[in-house]
Each structure stands twice: as structure tokens, then as C-alpha cells.
Design a protein around this ligand. Structure first.
Ligand code: FRU
Length: 722
């Protein structure tokens, strides 16, 4: 950080509780060197002429708890009208707690400590790297702060504020550890005309004269006295804000161009999928506080064609004191005779229980949690549901359907000592449920101790049950009669980075599925990228000639095709390379390979000219296996380089037929209409865009069709859609 003269052409009031502590004296000394500073007692704020000041700074190195002034309504309303009139507010350390008292924030900070950690620093959010609060900081997202003496810490760990952007969490420089869930720096953006509020809850001490602290203080005070707030916001409501947020974390090398990703921060399971009033709705597990799993909300996006998505405001937010206070976990849409509802899992402490919410608008923008939540208050005693260190009972995720005038519901669970289970419930009202029994139970040695996200849907004359068993999405096909399911066939929906899928039917009766494509690079790399998680392409699931479902990309995906190159009947041998001139990182490829006398052969993607990076999709004819070899996919050691495989038989004509969608870090492979494997790769080089064919022995004959695929996110694309 470069030194620069600190001058703020502002008049700022330093709020005190009375006698100044030594820390406050240091802070006030610094402020006096920086601007015109006045010290003012909190208790006399109501009588003071606050319009003389452009900002107030309340720096409390002890917790506010119990301070009498804290209760005074006159003081509170003086502060609120100061903000309403455009004044800015910096709250630091213990004073951050005041946000709820001031009515700025309904969710209270949940960590109030009278000490601060010995080794401390900030983990800055990639979404806000250009936030004026960090002017003069270098690009690193991890900032060490010189050791701070013991003083108050106020953070949001368990919860996240509802009206703030999280600008930074905690970083521990001694152990080089990120603590993304320990949120410490916030901005509360209020209505257009009112002033901004910055909260810095930890590692902000003037006694040590640390230059990170003084730089932050100067930036914060300058910022809260400015008229224009920062453009990117963590809780977007409209299109301009969403665009700003998406462009704040471009990650152009890895962020998919035609798969859905969150505007920024974290995404996992698809939820509440529905075709409603002529539009597709995709809700998804979303953490607005950063690209990590925590404080889960429901994000929302809407589309006319399953390809181009419009971001909608967050649909479900955890409510402190309610049964979903720790997270609004996965769930499904319910069409209750024309009333749109969702059933989801509310997390609270060690409980996971079903909650209902209802929307009153056709757009499905606003959702009201049901006053009767949770709609099931405990697990059925007779089921012997597994409990773990985290949960009183593993009991979550919902699939609801109507049958013979009743509602039926499946909940994902596990039976102690036996295995993952899909538990069946029945209801007349959606608000009171009786336990019917397990629809299916697995063997924990084969399909794990817990089944997440069960879904049960018709498949021709049969039924398909799929469950996510922590690693794989397993399916069972069988007959269903009188609430009994007998499976005769099983398989895996996707053999790679694909989890917790959900499906819905549209007006044409098509069943369309989305699955979560988790990242396969470490948490630090995800934090640095500022976003995590993508949705699969929409996949159509339908009955086929065998008992296994056919899985294929929805036909709409062809609308993204642009420039086309075709390569017919190429002879590929171990001596050759550079068969294919087309290159790119957003492509659809259809390849048909006649193995001839070769045993190992395939396709290469994301290859650099010097071969230092390349991902091989290799078919092993002897073992009838397709493998994505990621050993050289990336020079970045933070990316997983382990291989991913699936069994694939040759077609009746003895061919290998692959449809492959490459979208930067996503590779979605559809083989012979029934087998899928999705992989994630993170090449580091701009020139890792080569495409090629290879044969390790003998020779093969191959034909390849390649299309460049359009981006669905570039500005203006939405209006130019095909
Ligand atoms: C699956 C899952 C669900 C849960 C949700 C929480 O990925 O663990 O079981 O409801 O994610 O985000």
C-alpha cells in the first residue's frame, strides 16, 4: 500500500459513550489529523444539530450490550433521520450491533465477543474488489492486519444480514486460512436518498497505528459521505444491478457462457422448477454472502426458452427465530389448485423440517412463509431415522405429487444402520402430514447412509426414483401401485460432477431436468473466482427401448449453435495430431468414431499449442469405458486432476457416438443417449482452446461436427435471442 496524505474535506462527528477509552482516544486523534472532527456523546445526539456533519462515526471497543443510551428512542430517531437526510454512518467494532436497533437490519449479528483474535485479517469478496472501501489496497483478496489488542468483535457467522453486502469475511494470516463464514465488513445500502452505512466488526484498532486500519477508516468515511453509492450490490433487485453483479466476477476463462451460473457467489441444487404462466422458473440454493455453502437462500431466475435467463430477486430468505433461520434448503414447487406454493427444508439449529411458502403473484417474485411452519414438526418415531453430529435427524428435501385426491410427499432421509431412504407422507391440506412408510430404502454400503433430494416421477408405464447419495445420483426404475414401489432396474444419472437434480414437465408433457454441476477446484480458488456452481443444460428424460431412461439435451439447446465446421471420415493414427482446425472453449461437438483396430482413442479438448494443458476424453475398447483424463487439464494445482469414468457400450453399429458440450470449465458428455458424464476442468492458459482427435494404437475413422455456441450472458444478447 502506498502512503498518501490523508485529508478529508468533511466535518465528521465521533460518537462516544462518555469517557473515551484509550482505543477511542487513538481513533479520535487520528480523525482529528484527517478532517474536521468533533466528539459528541451518544446520549446528546437528539439535541445536537447533526446537519453540521456529513458523517457520524461510532467506534465502540466494548460491546453495546446494556448501554442505557442504546435504549433511547430519541437518540435512535435522531440517528435515523440523520441517515434519511443523506448523512453517512460508520459503525465499527461493538457499534456494528446497533444496525438492528437502528432498524437498518432485521437480522442481528450473531457473534458478539469482547475480544478479537490474535492473528487476524480480511478475506475480501471478489464481487467488491473495486469497492471504494478498498482504494489503495493491492489486488490480493487476503489482507493481514497487524496484531490488534483485545477489543470487541461483532460478526455474522451463523447468519447473514438481509440488507447488506458482505464486503469481507475473516482471514487468519498465521495459518493462512480463509474463514468465509465469519463475515466482518458490510455495507448497508438504503433507499436512494439516504446515506450509506459501513460496518467494520473486527480487526479495526487504532492503538497499533496499523495502516490497513487507517486506510480503511479513511476510505469508509470518504465513501459514506459520498452521494453515489457503489453500483454492484449483493442483493440485486433489478436488471441493472444484476448485470453489474455478473460483470463484477467475469472469470472469463472458467465461467460458463451458456450454462446458468449464479449472478455471483454460491449456487447448489436446482429447486422449485416449474413452467408457470408461460415461463420457466429456476430457483436454486444460493448464498448471497460468498461463493461457499452457508446461509442458504433461494435464488431465482426466469426464462422463456430454458436458455436465456433473467435474474429475479432472492425468493426465500432465512428468517431469524423461525424454523428456517439457518437456511432455506432444497424443495419443490406445488401447484395447489392454481395457488403457487413451495415446500422446502427449513434448517434451525440441529433440526431440518419441512416448511411451506406461498406466492401471490404470477411472476412468483414474492414468497410468504406459512404461519404453520414447520408443517411436519418431527420425524416419525417408528422410522428410526439416522441422527448425526450435525442433525438430530437426517430429514430433508421434498418431492410432492397429487394422487387419488391426496397429496403425497417424499422426504430424503436415512434409516440408522440400514441405508439412505425416501420416506413417504400423505396429506389432505399440505399443512398436516401423516407418515405412510419408506417408499424405498437402500443399503448404506452401496448407496450411502443418507439419500438427499429424492424425486419420483412417471417414466412411460414405469416410475423413476432418483436420489443423491452424497457422491452420485442413483436411479431406480420400477412399477408403482398402491403406494408401493418395486424397482427392477437401476443406474446412474450422470457419472461426473452432477448432483441433486430436479425435473418438471412443461405444457407439452416433456420432462426436463437440471442438475447442479459443483466446482472441482478447491475452496480458495472458488473464493477468488467470486462465483461457484453451475446448472447443467436442460436435459430431457424420457422412456426408451430398454428400461433405462433416455437422457438427452433439450432440443432448445440447438438454438445456441453458431458457426459450424464438419470433418468427415478422418483416419486417426498414433503418428498424427492437428486433425482439427476448429478451436474454442464454448463448443458443441458431435463425434462418431469407428474404432477399426484401435483400443484406446478419443477426443482432446482445451489443449494448449505446447501440450502443457489438455483434457482427454478417452474410450477404452477392452473395458468398454469412457474416461475424462484430467491429469494435464490444468497447470493450477487447486483443480482436481483425478480421472472420471463411465461404462459405455459400442452402438449396434460398433461405434462410439458422443455429444459433448464444452463451456469453459464445463464438459457435459452424452454417450449413446443413455450415459452422461459431466466434468469440470480449469485450464490456466488463454491458448488452451485446441480440439483434436487421437488414437493410442492402431487407427480409427472419425467424423466430427463442431458448432460454436452463443453466450447467453453477454449484454444485449437477451434481446437478440434466436
Ligand atoms: C444437496 C443438499 C440438500 C440440501 C441442500 C442444502 O446438495 O445437501 O440435501 O437440502 O443441498 O443446500
Amino acid at each position: 500500500m502506498s502512503a498518501r496524505p490523508v485529508v478529508l474535506d468533511e466535518s465528521i462527528a465521533f460518537v462516544t459513550n462518555g469517557r473515551l477509552s484509550s482505543e477511542q482516544t487513538h481513533a479520535l486523534d487520528w480523525l482529528r489529523q484527517t478532517c474536521t472532527a468533533t466528539s459528541i456523546r451518544l446520549s446528546s445526539l437528539a439535541e445536537a444539530n447533526l446537519s453540521e456533519y456529513s458523517a457520524l462515526w461510532w467506534h465502540a471497543d466494548t460491546l453495546l450490550d446494556g448501554a442505557p443510551q442504546f435504549e433511547s428512542e430519541a437518540v435512535r430517531s435522531a440517528l435515523v433521520s440523520f441517515l434519511d437526510n443523506g448523512g453517512g454512518l460508520l459503525l465499527s467494532l461493538g457499534a456494528v450491533e446497533a444496525v438492528s436497533w437502528l432498524g437498518i437490519e432485521p437480522t442481528k449479528p450473531d457473534v458478539l465477543a469482547s475480544t478479537s483474535p490474535d492473528s487476524d485479517g480480511y478475506l475480501r469478496s471478489a464481487v467488491f474488489t473495486d469497492h471504494p472501501l478498498f482504494d489503495g489496497f493491492d489486488e490480493s483478496l487476503r489482507v493481514s492486519v497487524n496484531s490488534t489488542p483485545a477489543s470487541a468483535s461483532v460478526r455474522y457467522d451463523r447468519w447473514t444480514p438481509q440488507h447488506a453486502d458482505v464486503l469481507a469475511a475473516r482471514f487468519d494470516p498465521d495459518t493462512d486460512t480463509d474463514h468465509p463464514d465469519q463475515k466482518t465488513i458490510f455495507e448497508w445500502t438504503r433507499s436512494d436518498d439516504s446515506g450509506s452505512v459501513i460496518g467494520i466488526g473486527q480487526s479495526f484498532s487504532f492503538s497499533t497505528g496499523d495502516d490497513v486500519t487507517t486506510r480503511l477508516a479513511e476510505n469508509a468515511l470518504r465513501y459514506v459521505t459520498e452521494v453515489d453509492p457503489h453500483s454492484a450490490v449483493g442483493r440485486p433487485k433489478g436488471r441493472t444491478e444484476f448485470t453489474a453483479m455478473r460483470s463484477a466476477v467475469p472469470d472469463e476463462r472458467h465461467r460458463p457462457a451458456y450454462h446458468f451460473t449464479p449472478p455471483a457467489n454460491w449456487l447448489n441444487d436446482p429447486n422449485g422448477l416449474v413452467y408457470w404462466e408461460g415461463r420457466y422458473h429456476l430457483f436454486y440454493q444460493y448464498n448471497p454472502a460468498g461463493p461457499y455453502h452457508g446461509t442458504i437462500h433461494w435464488g431465482h431466475a426466469v426464462s422463456d426458452d430454458l436458455l436465456y435467463w433473467e435474474d429475479y430477486p432472492v425468493a426465500l430468505t432465512p428468517q431469524p427465530g423461525q424454523s428456517d433461520e439457518d437456511g432455506c434448503w432444497s424443495g419443490c414447487f406445488v401447484d395447489d389448485g392454481g395457488v403457487p406454493r413451495v415446500l422446502y427444508t427449513g434448517g434451525s439449529g440441529q433440526d431440518q423440517l419441512p416448511c411451506l411458502a406461498t406466492s401471490e403473484d404470477d411472476d412468483l417474485r414474492r414468497w410468504e412463509p406459512d404461519p404453520k411452519n414447520p408443517v411436519i414438526t418431527g420425524v416419525p418415531a417408528e422410522a428410526d431415522v439416522l441422527s448425526t453430529v450435525d442433525w438430530n435427524a437426517e430429514f430433508r428435501d421434498h418431492c410432492v405429487w397429487r394422487e387419488d385426491g391426496s397429496w403425497l410427499q417424499l422426504i430424503g432421509s436415512g434409516i440408522a444402520g440400514i441405508g439412505g431412504a425416501a420416506l413417504l407422507f400423505r396429506s389432505d391440506s399440505l399443512r398436516e402430514w401423516e407418515y405412510v412408510g419408506p417408499l424405498d430404502i437402500g443399503d448404506w454400503r452401496v448407496t450411502g447412509p443418507v439419500w438427499e433430494c429424492p424425486e419420483f416421477v412417471p417414466l412411460g408405464d414405469d416410475y423413476l426414483l432418483h436420489v443423491s447419495d452424497y457422491s452420485t445420483v442413483v436411479y431406480f426404475v420400477g412399477t408403482y401401485d398402491d403406494q408401493q414401489f418395486d424397482s427392477h432396474t437401476h443406474g446412474v444419472l450422470d457419472n461426473g460432477n452432477f448432483y441433486a437434480p430436479q425435473s418438471f414437465t412443461d405444457d407439452d408433457g416433456r420432462r426436463v431436468m437440471f442438475g447442479w454441476l459443483p466446482e472441482d477446484r478447491n475452496r480458495g480458488a472458488q473464493w477468488d473466482a467470486g462465483w461457484s456452481g453451475a446448472m447443467s443444460l436442460p436435459r430431457r428424460i424420457k422412456p426408451g427401448p430398454t428400461a433405462h431412461p433416455i437422457i438427452e439435451p433439450a432440443s432448445e439447446v440447438t438454438l445456441l449453435r453458431g458457426r459450424h465446421d464438419g470433418y468427415a471420415d478422418i483416419r486417426v493414427t498414433p503418428d498424427g495430431s492437428d486433425y482439427i482446425e476448429t478451436s474454442g472453449d464454448t463448443l458443441e461437438l458431435q463425434v462418431t468414431i469407428d474404432p477399426c483396430d484401435s483400443h484406446e482413442f478419443g477426443l482432446i479438448l482445451r489443449q494448449s499449442p505446447d501440450g502443457s494443458e489438455a483434457t482427454q476424453i478417452q474410450y477404452d475398447r477392452l473395458h468398454r469405458t469412457l474416461t475424462v483424463d484430467r491429469s494435464t487439464a490444468s497447470l493450477d494445482t487447486r483443480a482436481n486432476d483425478s480421472p472420471q469414468s463411465m461404462p459405455v457400450d459400442l452402438t449396434e453399429q460398433g461405434m462410439v457416438e458422443l455429444q459433448v458440450f464444452l463451456d469453459r470449465s464445463v464438459i457435459e458428455i452424452f454417450a449413446n443417449g443413455t450415459q452422461c458424464l459431466t466434468s469440470r476442468v480449469y485450464p490456466t492458459r488463454d491458448d488452451s482452446v485446441g480440439v483434436d482427435l487421437f488414437a493410442d494404437d492402431g487407427h480409427v475413422r472419425a467424423s466430427l461436427e463442431i458448432w460454436e455456441m452463443a453466450s447467453v450472458w453477454e449484454p444485449n444478447k437477451r434481446t437478440e435471442r434466436p
